[in-house]
Design a protein around this ligand. Structure first.
Ligand SMILES: [Zn+2]
Length: 166
């Protein structure tokens, strides 16, 4: 059995602002291309496949990038698309790697997610459609965004010229 918790995952600290119009709730279909799943299953680890392709969530405080402070770039573990910069990473206390913004607005797409009796905004890789995590509006100022991302969805690329490795 997989050890992931499907029930809560990244949860919003407040549901106060989570109301949407019917149009917003139906205009929500960004997903992976059909038929690729066998390929992904052979290329990804079981954990990666569960999170990235089946929208799973790793248990909090278990991911390799939760307590991680190296300088560099976080890439999509499925396709290598650049997603987040270490300069935008912060400690949200949620147990998942958290970022104040994506590395740019083109590389990440968002979906409304109505699973688990919550309304959340799902973050997906804009290149391959893989599930990354969720984004909430309770992050630090000035952007107030909290990108709550599964470590297993990320690969880390250390910044060149960052000095000798320890
Ligand atoms: Zn990707």
């Amino acid at each position: 059995m997989l050890k992931y918790i499907g029930q809560s995952g990244c949860i919003p600290y407040s549901l106060a602002k989570m109301t949407f119009t019917e149009a917003e709730m139906t205009a929500n279909k960004y997903g992976p291309a059909a038929g690729d799943e066998e390929k992904w299953q052979s290329e990804l680890t079981e954990e990666q496949f569960h999170v990235l392709r089946q929208k799973g969530t790793e248990a909090p405080f278990t991911g390799k990038y939760n307590d991680f402070h190296q300088k560099g770039l976080f890439l999509c573990a499925a396709c290598g698309n650049a997603l987040f910069a270490s300069d935008d990473k912060y400690d949200s206390g949620s147990g998942w790697p958290s970022f104040t913004k994506p590395v740019n607005s083109e590389n990440i797409a968002t979906n409304r997610d109505f699973s688990h009796n919550m309304v959340r905004t799902e973050a997906v890789c804009a290149k391959c459609g893989s599930h990354l995590g969720h984004v909430f509006d309770d992050g630090p100022e000035p952007l107030a965004q909290r990108w709550c991302i599964n470590s297993v969805a990320l690969e880390f690329e250390q910044k060149d010229g960052s000095g000798p490795k320890e």
